[in-house]
Design a protein around this ligand. Structure first.
Ligand SMILES: [Zn+2]
Length: 158
């Protein structure tokens, strides 16, 4: 299935401006400007401000679990082999990342947080790679680096 078709399929979009990039919100509810969608977009913006990201990209947030299930089905994926939290298409004709927004504000575990999910997808983009192992190692390193910096900054204030 073609991802461009998926974009057209997701009709309940709300467009949130983000410099040269777009955040598209997809909700299964008729009211796509829900508080949940807005909070998830704000969360994504916060994480984007903290980590390297492309200047031009399309991020699609599936705001609720039903919207995520529809998104996965439409891009031809399923969760038979385990839960999915994000999908990035690095093809220059697509440049789109689909995100399971629910996990931003409702982490699945200490490890599976919104930040982790987003940083992992950003690493697919910045490394221009589909290599899951390489991408995940980079994501973990970047999150550790950020934590270490925050710790140092705190220490230097005393
Ligand atoms: Zn991945």
């Amino acid at each position: 299935m073609n991802i461009r078709q998926a974009i057209f399929f997701l009709v309940l979009f709300t467009n949130v401006a983000l410099a040269e990039s777009d955040i598209l919100l997809f909700s299964s509810e008729t009211q796509s400007q829900s508080t949940l969608c807005r909070d998830e977009a704000a969360y994504l913006n916060k994480v984007l401000a903290l980590y390297p990201h492309p200047t031009s990209w399309t991020y699609v947030i599936a705001c609720d679990e039903a919207a995520w299930a529809k998104t996965l089905a439409h891009i031809g994926l399923n969760e038979r082999a385990g839960k999915r939290y994000g999908e990035t298409d690095i093809d220059p004709k697509e440049h789109v990342t689909y995100l399971r927004g629910w996990v931003f504000l409702h982490p699945d575990s200490e490890e599976i947080t919104g930040e982790h999910v987003i940083v992992h997808e950003l690493c697919h983009i910045t490394l221009d790679s589909r290599d899951e192992r390489k991408v995940e190692l980079r994501a973990l390193a970047m999150m550790k680096e950020k934590k270490d910096k925050a710790r140092l900054a705190l220490a230097s204030t005393y």
